[in-house]
Design a protein around this ligand. Structure first.
Ligand code: WTA
Length: 656
């Protein structure tokens, strides 16, 4: 994909599991081998045993996997449980009720701790408030909040009642929020007056008001508003209610009714190759089982750990590894509200030392950003509480891996590079910290029960070591997505159609080396990975074309030192705007993308052009644009290009 991959092609260092780590690991080499064997020999029994062992059921399941409507798979479908009973109530016995569930730190430094008993109480009260406001099982509730403990409370309160939450990342625009409110037909929105980010207030409520402006276009009846920044906001009579008012007088007793295993737990939007983001939805029991197990296996969580996943709850990583996985394990979670380098670049390291954080899970883009700030920032702090490090979101370049390993992990902490997706619910390919030796830049081996394959265009397994191909999963697993909200055809089309429903197609390419280790190379579709976040080129293009001066636009990714990939846009102006000031237009287009999607999608590079390279059938030749954007020589076959003159115009170095 970029430099990261170039250097990982020659990477062959191997870091053995430290013996003292292996000796205390949740999963030992023997247990791992046993699980692998059982999964291969009798997958249904394998999953059934894990589901019995790790979850509390109100009604035991008899059916493990129902494939009658494949690829719409159903897991444990005649069983019943409540997700929040498994995340909260079952930890309320004895002393564990007084264990910290959540330690939260605000950007300004204030700290709040909620024990399991307190979190349970807040969730129960807020669930009663939701009932009081008319929310029922199956209703969709949107959550557009800062990284505060109330965001977790809101998610769990929905789950307690069986309302389906859809969390919208606070960095997304009013327009993006509006799309999601419409697509889910949400009846309620939970938001805040604002969010703190880098010392500034992000006007969440203002965005929410804008999203809700045209009443006939959405079904939101109620907006619950948390006071966070104290910003001056409008409260709409009859629609908006303060969080404090909503919870006032509500009982702290709220039963956790049994839900069917397959009742949807949440919807989360993610970019695909075409059109608007897809609403991926997950089940209750299968999802919970998989997040719980992978948290236990990959992070080796122990009762005494203080665990910090730095993701925002607006992403799948925040759902699976800030909320559901760790709470199901009864862990202590640390949560931080604000910007990573605020007020200065050692904020993370200072908090790790002060809270005694032992397990840290973050993104390669963050590691690269910290690396760039210099070794002196982590060196100022005692990071000896750390015992395990994790990464997610994009391939980790070996250079950043080594820095993370040495400067943050002190050379003693295993690094788990976890490959997975919004759709997979939890980790799929990752080293087990007590079992698997690590190679910098590789996500190592599939987890027990996960049948990853690399296949060619025909769907045949690629035999030779290091040969690239499509990364696919052959057998269903409990944590898999259950569909695309309101659009079953898109589920088939996006994930299954390519190989006739034989495999789940992840959309990534990968290779496997002679030791069976997986090296993910990047997306094969028109999806960019900017700072570990998926962005569809089609979405950014349509945001650009929505500007009155723009006739056509094409977006490609270019390598970026910190973000991994950055957005490069080629823009054709309408005839009457050809003479407009290009700097001003560039600035206006960046604002346009920020307003329609969010700042993460803002192009780094905008190039105005008179033509785009197209095939005779009118398809934009993105591979050519990618080479041009990177300043590389165009070596591709351009026999299908309609007008070869376009290349010269774009300043391509034609060296064929
Ligand atoms: C990429 C994030 C390499 C990949 C959990 C995938 C990775 C997409 C890794 C999913 C990794 C995620 N190594 N690439 N360890 N983890 N990816 O849905 O391209 O936001 O398809 O889920 O991120 O992104 P998503």
């Amino acid at each position: 994909m970029n430099n990261a991959i170039d250097s990982s092609l020659t990477e062959n260092r191997l870091f053995a599991v430290p013996a003292d780590f292996a000796a205390q690991a949740n999963l030992t080499a023997n247990e791992f081998a046993e699980l692998q064997q059982k999964a291969a020999h009798d997958p249904q029994q394998f999953w059934a045993d894990l589901a019995h062992q790790h979850l509390d059921w109100d009604t035991e399941f008899k059916t493990v996997l129902d494939s009658s409507d494949a690829p719409f798979y159903r897991w444990f479908s005649d069983g019943k449980l409540n997700v929040t009973h498994n995340c909260l109530d079952r930890h309320l016995h004895d002393a564990q009720r007084h264990k910290a569930a959540l330690i939260w730190e605000g950007e300004a430094g204030e700290v709040r701790t909620l024990t399991y008993a307190q979190l349970h109480r807040e969730v129960s009260i807020f669930a009663n408030a939701l009932i009081h406001q008319g929310v029922k099982k199956g209703d969709r509730v949107a959550i557009y909040m800062p990284m505060v403990s109330e965001a977790v409370v809101a998610m769990l309160a929905c789950a307690r009642l069986g309302a389906i939450h859809t969390v919208v990342f606070g960095g997304f625009s009013a327009e993006a929020l509006k799309d999601r409110l419409e697509d889910t037909s949400a009846v309620m929105l939970i938001t805040a007056d604002g969010a703190w980010r880098g010392g500034k207030k992000v006007p969440l409520k203002q965005h929410a008001d804008q999203a809700l402006l045209r009443e006939h276009e959405h079904s939101v009846k109620r907006v619950i508003v948390l006071r966070r920044t104290g910003a001056d906001i409008d409260m709409q009579e009859g629609r908006d209610i303060w969080w404090e008012e909503a919870v006032s007088g509500q009982s702290a007793v709220c039963p956790a009714p049994p839900m069917a295993a397959e009742d949807p737990l949440f919807i989360l939007y993610t970019s695909g190759s075409t059109g608007k983001p897809k609403g991926v939805f997950h089940s209750s029991a299968g999802y919970l089982l998989w997040t719980m197990l992978t948290t236990r296996w990959a992070f080796d969580l122990k009762p005494e750990d203080v665990y910090w996943c730095t993701a925002d709850v607006g992403w799948i990583t925040g759902h699976s590894y800030v909320v559901y996985g760790p709470l199901a394990n009864g862990a202590t979670i640390f949560m931080y509200e604000g910007a990573p380098m605020y007020p200065q670049p050692d904020r993370f390291w200072e908090m790790i030392a002060r809270h005694g954080i032992s397990v840290l899970y973050t993104a390669p883009t963050a590691v690269r950003a910290f690396m760039k700030m210099g070794d002196e920032w982590p060196a100022r702090h005692d990071l000896s509480s750390l015992r395990l490090l994790g990464t997610v979101g994009e391939p980790m370049n070996p250079e950043a891996w080594m820095w993370y390993f040495q400067q943050i992990g002190g050379g003693r902490c295993p690094i788990v590079d976890t490959w997975w997706q919004t759709e997979t619910g939890g980790h799929m390919i990752a080293p087990l910290p007590g079992v698997t030796a690590s190679k910098p830049g590789s996500c190592a081996l599939p987890l027990p029960g996960i049948s990853a394959r690399i296949v060619d265009d025909q769907g045949d397994p690629v035999g030779a070591p290091d040969a690239g191909g499509y990364l696919v999963i052959e057998q269903p697993w409990p944590g898999m997505l259950r569909g695309v909200w309101g659009n079953p055809e898109r589920y088939i089309e996006s994930y299954w159609a390519k190989f006739n429903n034989r495999y789940y197609v992840a959309g990534d390419s990968a290779r496997r080396d002679q030791d069976g280790y997986y090296w993910v190379m990047g997306r094969i579709d028109d999806v960019l990975n900017v700072s570990g976040h998926r962005l569809g080129t089609a979405e950014i293009e349509s945001a650009l074309v929505a500007h009155p001066a723009v006739a056509e636009a094409a977006v490609v990714g270019i390598p970026h030192e910190i973000k991994g990939e950055a957005v490069c846009a080629f823009v054709i102006l309408k005839h009457q705007h050809q003479g407009d000031d290009r700097d001003e237009l560039g600035a206006a287009l960046r604002v346009q993308v920020t307003e329609l999607i969010g700042a993460i999608a803002r192009p780094d590079d905008i190039r105005f052009t008179d033509a785009l390279p197209k095939t005779r059938s009118g398809k934009i030749m993105r591979r050519l644009l990618r080479s041009i954007a990177r300043g590389e020589d165009v070596t591709q076959d351009i026999s299908t290009l309609e007008d070869a003159g376009t290349l010269q115009q774009l300043g391509a170095q034609d060296k064929r």
